[in-house]
Design a protein around this ligand. Structure first.
Ligand code: F6R
Length: 369
């Protein structure tokens, strides 16, 4: 049942190209426009939306953080992202013009369910992004967009995360489409890039052996830090979460711009720091800033593990270890940048003798608040 892999997690990591393709399947028609027929909130209702609020927990929350960049950029609708467990307790401002998106692999997470119930009580429409057909969260939502990752058995979420991202991009593009956002050309280009992304994920998977070898050399470390910027920041958070839950190591993700506001004090001799580098094309300002962050931490002794696009030569002098990912548009980069972090955490867990599929103290679906 593990299809020849030692762990479900490895199998599920390997299934990601297929999972991503399946989530896209049938949702982009040949002319390049989007059909989301499971969205039962009418286009006229979607045109009235004045705010999007995403609620989720854990890895799904990280997908939501990335979605915010895409939704605001492509639709110009303000978007908030909140941990589902915090949401209803602070009396959030919601009404009939708010669209609440609940992201959940299992569809049974109690925190997320309670958040969506609260949103519906305030008269908001709720759209679920979910991987489990007929589960509670989609049943209680106004609309659902299923991710087609297939069953995810390993406790640590991998393929569900990538497909949640794809679903979020589809929702963002769809909102842009029904609201007639003006730069249709950019949207068409993104749709094209999305339809190629499964092959890019496959290419990343083919180059993971050095990442495994690197992970094994770090098995005795106590701490690993992760830095990112823009959509790379939630990717850093996700890399840290995977390492905590699987390797039981202290791991933290930071926004690279925050380094100088405190975290840089943590940098000491030989501490591994994983840096997710944005594309040098497009938003080159943040790229240059990250390169100087890498320089700074390396000067303070950090062991730099740099995840950067193919062809990005600026990082080479400062990378103790360089992990290459294919060039992708900035907003889509998390789909390729997350994969090495999953492999890294899985291999570290194995090297430390941990139970990969069933980490201590954790359950696959958390049905209590
Ligand atoms: C991390 C992980 C958890 C879940 C979280 C939400 O690898 O699996 O953080 O992402 O418990 O679960 P769902 O998506 O089922 O609501």
């Amino acid at each position: 049942e593990k299809g020849g892999y030692d762990y479900f997690m490895l199998k599920e990591i390997a299934e990601q190209p297929r999972a991503v393709a399946d989530t896209l399947l049938g949702r982009i028609d040949p002319s390049g426009s989007l059909t989301l027929d499971e969205v039962r909130i009418s286009p006229s209702e979607l045109r009235e939306i004045d705010k999007v609020v995403i609620v989720a927990c854990g890895t799904a929350f990280h997908a939501g953080l990335i979605a915010k960049y895409a939704i605001e950029h492509w639709t110009r609708i303000p978007c908030e992202v909140e941990l589902a467990s915090e949401f209803r307790y602070r009396d959030p401002i919601l009404d009939g013009r708010s669209l609440v998106i609940a992201i959940s692999q299992s569809g049974e997470t109690m925190d997320t369910l309670m958040a969506l119930r609260h949103a519906r009580e305030q008269g908001s429409k709720v759209l679920a992004i979910c991987n489990t057909n007929g589960s509670t969260i989609p049943r209680e939502s106004d609309a659902v967009l299923y991710t087609h990752a297939g069953p995810e058995v390993a406790v640590a979420s991998t393929k569900a995360f990538l497909t949640q991202l794809v679903a979020c991009y589809l929702v963002a593009l769809y909102l842009g489409q029904v609201r007639g956002t003006k730069w249709g050309d950019e949207i068409q280009a993104v749709i094209k890039d999305l339809s190629r992304i499964s092959e890019e994920v496959e290419r990343v998977l083919e180059t993971m052996e050095p990442v495994r070898a690197l992970a094994r050399t770090l098995a005795a470390k106590n701490t690993v830090l992760f830095l990112g910027r823009h959509v790379g920041y939630p990717v850093a958070l996700e890399g840290a979460l995977k390492l905590k839950e699987l390797a039981y190591m202290h791991a933290e993700g930071f926004a690279a711009g925050e380094l100088k506001h405190g975290p840089i004090a943590l940098i000491e001799e030989d501490v591994p720091v994983v840096v997710v580098v944005p594309s040098p094309r497009g938003r080159s300002v943040i790229h240059d800033k990250i390169v100087s962050n890498i320089q700074e931490i390396r000067a303070r002794g950090a062991r730099t593990i740099v995840i950067a696009e193919e062809g990005d030569e600026a990082v080479v002098p400062y990378a103790d270890h360089l992990i290459r990912i294919p060039a992708t548009p900035t907003l889509l980069q998390p789909l390729v940048a997350t994969v090495p972090l999953q492999v890294f955490a899985c291999e570290l867990a194995t090297a430390r003798g941990n139970e990969v599929d069933q980490p201590r103290n954790l359950a696959k679906s958390v049905t209590v608040e």
